[in-house]
Design a protein around this ligand. Structure first.
Ligand code: NAD
Length: 359
């Protein structure tokens, strides 16, 4: 049975970068006999233009029956004035929600060749390779009750609820232990158990799971300390697991350690490890249509897709190695360019990765 991959190029630079990722996937398909099949559909502003909604039911059905989904990015000034329910990002939120994509994987990898792009000292970040596993469908972003109410004295009060049920903690915990097991075997669970009861329970559940993964070394850290450690000595971390809000903040901080948004892939997985893969960056309307966007974050998202949803480790390793080789050869898109390197456009970068795969 062919593996069905749905491509959702989206808006802005999305179609340009997804086209390059497809070239790379077609090459590994040929090299590793993966039997991939591709279907392309609309999301975000491009879906609004055609269907009047940012994610059509037919697209959702197609995604439900896919083995994995590779997205570019959504949004742009053309659709900024649309009412909230019809904003391009609503299409993405609906997709995440309907497919139950509760585990957000955000690697922060700094290729040694790009160490000078970071605002941190080279020796602190060169070779950095962290995976942040963020719970994506629960916690304070979804907890009820929530709202803004007026008190008896007329003052207004805003309130949210930070809640996690044991099963939600357990499933993200298991995802993180499994990830750590496939990497260096170190898992750091980040909480605020000195103040918040919900994270006392979080810590208890992580400790309860630990004996089932004797090959993984579990540690705990308070979120304030984790923020400090991420900028002080980030290479101490292998896998970090945390809730939705802490993960939102820490993953952006970790991403910026690398200094180049055009290099960062991400994944959101459901309980069957089917997932949505996309670059961390947005649709970059300022450079769309110019053929200069960096396709590597999307190509690396395709590699994550092979690794985590299609169990094709060898093909994923080959893509990661090819990206490393291309950087070694000095190829750079404008966003990661430094003097003395070979400046290339989107398609040339994709071609260079394809060529590196063949060697
Ligand atoms: P952005 O990530 O699109 O762009 C920020 C800056 O980084 C821009 O200068 C852009 O040119 C540059 N950049 C981004 N990706 C790049 C790449 N691959 N190569 C080279 N340079 C790159 O963020 P923004 O400008 O805040 O948002 C633009 C639009 O994207 C908005 O409509 C926003 O809502 C949307 N957005 C979508 C997603 C998503 O689809 N998941 C995520 C973030 C933002």
């Amino acid at each position: 049975m062919p593996k069905k991959i749905v491509l959702l190029p989206g808006d802005g630079i999305g179609p340009e970068i997804v086209a390059e990722a497809r070239k790379v996937l077609e090459k590994v398909d040929q090299l590793f006999k993966l039997d991939l099949s591709f279907e392309t559909d609309l999301i975000g502003g491009s879906a609004l233009d055609v269907h009047g909604v940012p994610l059509a039911d037919s697209t959702l059905d197609r995604c439900r029956s896919a083995d994995a989904i590779l997205m570019g990015s959504v949004g742009g000034p053309k659709w900024d004035h649309f009412e909230p329910a019809l904003r391009p990002e609503k299409g993405l939120l609906r997709l995440r929600y309907d497919l139950g994509l509760y585990a957000n994987l955000r690697p922060a990898i700094l290729y040694p060749q790009l160490a000078d792009a970071s605002t941190l000292k080279r020796e602190v970040v060169a070779g950095l390779d962290i995976l942040i596993v963020r719970e994506l469908t629960g916690g304070i972003y979804f907890g009820k009750p929530r709202g803004i109410r007026t008190l008896e004295n007329g003052e207004r009060e805003g309130f949210n609820t930070y809640v996690y049920a044991e099963h939600e903690i357990e499933r993200i915990g298991r995802t993180a232990f499994e990830m750590a097991r496939k990497r260096k075997g170190k898992l750091c669970s980040v909480d605020k158990a000195n103040v918040l009861e919900v994270t006392v329970l979080w810590r208890e559940v992580m400790d309860r799971l630990a004996p089932e993964y004797p090959d993984v070394q579990l540690s705990h850290m308070y979120v304030d300390n984790a923020a400090m450690q991420l900028v002080r000595a980030p290479k101490q971390f292998d896998v970090i697991v945390t809730g939705n809000m802490f993960g939102d903040i820490l993953s952006d901080a970790a991403a910026m350690l690398t200094g180049s948004i055009g290099m960062l892939p991400s994944a959101a997985l459901n309980k069957e490890s089917r997932g949505l893969y996309e670059p961390v960056h947005g649709s970059a309307p300022d450079i769309a249509g110019q053929g200069i966007a960096n396709p590597l974050a999307t190509i690396l998202s395709a590699s994550m897709m092979l690794r985590y949803s299609l169990a094709q480790k060898e093909a994923a390793d080959a893509i990661d190695a090819a990206v490393g080789r291309v950087l070694d050869q000095g190829y750079r898109t404008a966003d990661i360019y430094s003097e003395g390197m070979k400046k290339v456009g989107t398609a040339e970068m994709g071609d260079a990765v394809v060529a590196a795969l063949a060697n």
